[in-house]
Ligand binder design. Structure first.
Ligand code: BDR
Ligand code: CA
Length: 324
C-alpha cells in the first residue's frame, strides 16, 4: 500500500511563454493533483529573456507559490532563432501586464532541471511546451536524470498537418535536433501533437465569463484565451472562443483518460528541405516493402495522442482556473 494516489504528482514545465504556455502555467498552479516544482524557460515564441519575464508575470498573477524559474537556452542547437509572430510583440498577446516583482533563480535551466528531478521523492513528469533545446541539453549533460523521470509529456509534432510548415509543428521545427534527442531519451514519452492540440477550444461564453472575473488569475486566463486563434472564425461566437493550446498537454497529465494514445514509432525528419522538422509517425498495420527489403530500423516508440475528449478537457480547465 503506498500513499501515491493522494500525493500530488511532481511536474516541471519547460516553456516559451507564450499565450498558451501561460494558460498551461495557470492550470498547473491551480490543479490540486499537480505539484509544480519548477519552471524552466527556453527561446521559442519570443527571446528567452522575455520568456522569463512573461513566465514570472503569469506565476505572480496566478498567485503561485514562490517556485524556482530558470533561464535556459537562448537559441536552438543548430537552427537560427525564429520567433512565433502569432504571440504579439511581447510573446504573450501584448496584454499590457505589469513587470514581475519575482526574479529567476541564479542557476541555468539545465542545472535547475537536474536538481529538481533528482531531489524529488517521487519520479517527476516533465511537460515541455516549447522547443526542446533545454531538454536535449539536460539529457546530454546529465543523463542520470532519466532514473527519476516518470514520463515526458511534450506538446509538439503532428501526425497529420503541420503549422510552421505544411508538415512540421513549430516546437519541433524550431529545434529538430533537440526533438530527435528527446525521442531517444529512453523514458516513457507522450506526444501531445497538433492533431489534438488544435481541437480543444473553450466556447466564447466561457471566455467572456473568465474575462469578467474579479480574480486576477481567472481574468488573465480569459484575456489569454481571447487572444488564441481557433480553427473556426467567422461568426462572433466562434471568434470569441479560444484554444487551450499547450494547456491541453497539462490537462493530459492531470487527466490522462482524456486522450486516446497509441504506442507508435516516431522519427523527426532532420534532412534540409521541405520535410525538415516533420514528425514521421508510422501508423502502418504491418511492415512495408522498405522493411522487407532493407530490414527494420530501430525506432523509438512514443505514446501518440490521436484523440481528445474536448468537452472533458474544457470542463477540467474551467473548473481548475476558476477554483477559488
Ligand atoms: C506551439 O507553438 C507555440 O507557438 C505554442 O506555444 C505551442 O507550444 C504550437 O505549435
Ligand atoms: Ca509553447
Amino acid at each position: 500500500m503506498t500513499d501515491q494516489p493522494t500525493t500530488p504528482l511532481p511536474v516541471i514545465i519547460d516553456c516559451d511563454t507564450g499565450v498558451d504556455d501561460a494558460l498551461a502555467l495557470l492550470f498547473a498552479v491551480r490543479h490540486p493533483a499537480l505539484d509544480l516544482r519548477a519552471v524552466t524557460c527556453v527561446a521559442g515564441n519570443t527571446d528567452v529573456d522575455q520568456v522569463v519575464r512573461n513566465t514570472l508575470t503569469v506565476l505572480e498573477q496566478a498567485g503561485a507559490p514562490d517556485l524556482p524559474v530558470a533561464r535556459g537556452a537562448e537559441r536552438p542547437l543548430i537552427e537560427n532563432t525564429r520567433r512565433a509572430a502569432v504571440h504579439g510583440r511581447d510573446g504573450m498577446g501584448d496584454l499590457g501586464l505589469p513587470a514581475p516583482d519575482r526574479m529567476p533563480v541564479e542557476v541555468d535551466a539545465v542545472t535547475l532541471l537536474r536538481r529538481e528531478i533528482l531531489a524529488a521523492r517521487r519520479p517527476v513528469t516533465l511537460i515541455p511546451t516549447a522547443p526542446l533545446t533545454n531538454i536535449a541539453l539536460l539529457l546530454r549533460t546529465h543523463p542520470e536524470v532519466t532514473r527519476n523521470i516518470e514520463r515526458i509529456v511534450f506538446m509538439g509534432g503532428a501526425v497529420a498537418v503541420g503549422n510552421a510548415t505544411p508538415v512540421a509543428e513549430f516546437n519541433v521545427w524550431h529545434d529538430p535536433e533537440a526533438a530527435a534527442i528527446l525521442l531517444t531519451a529512453g523514458v516513457p514519452i507522450t506526444m501531445y501533437g497538433l492533431d489534438v492540440f488544435q481541437q480543444v477550444v473553450v466556447p466564447g461564453t466561457d471566455v467572456r465569463r473568465l474575462r469578467a472575473s474579479d480574480e486576477p488569475g481567472t481574468r488573465l486566463a480569459g484575456e489569454l484565451l481571447a487572444h488564441r486563434p481557433t480553427a473556426q472564425g467567422g461568426p462572433t461566437e466562434a471568434e470569441a472562443a479560444g484554444g487551450l493550446g499547450d494547456a491541453g498537454a497539462v490537462c493530459a497529465v492531470a487527466d490522462p483518460a482524456g486522450i486516446a494514445t497509441r504506442l507508435l514509432p516516431v522519427e523527426v525528419s532532420l534532412a534540409p528541405g521541405p520535410a525538415r522538422g516533420q514528425t514521421i509517425v508510422d501508423r502502418r498495420p504491418r511492415p512495408g516493402e522498405s522493411e522487407i527489403h532493407e530490414g527494420a530500423r530501430e525506432q523509438p516508440l512514443v505514446d501518440v495522442a490521436l484523440e481528445v475528449d474536448v468537452d472533458r478537457f474544457v470542463k477540467l480547465y474551467l473548473e481548475t482556473v476558476e477554483r477559488p
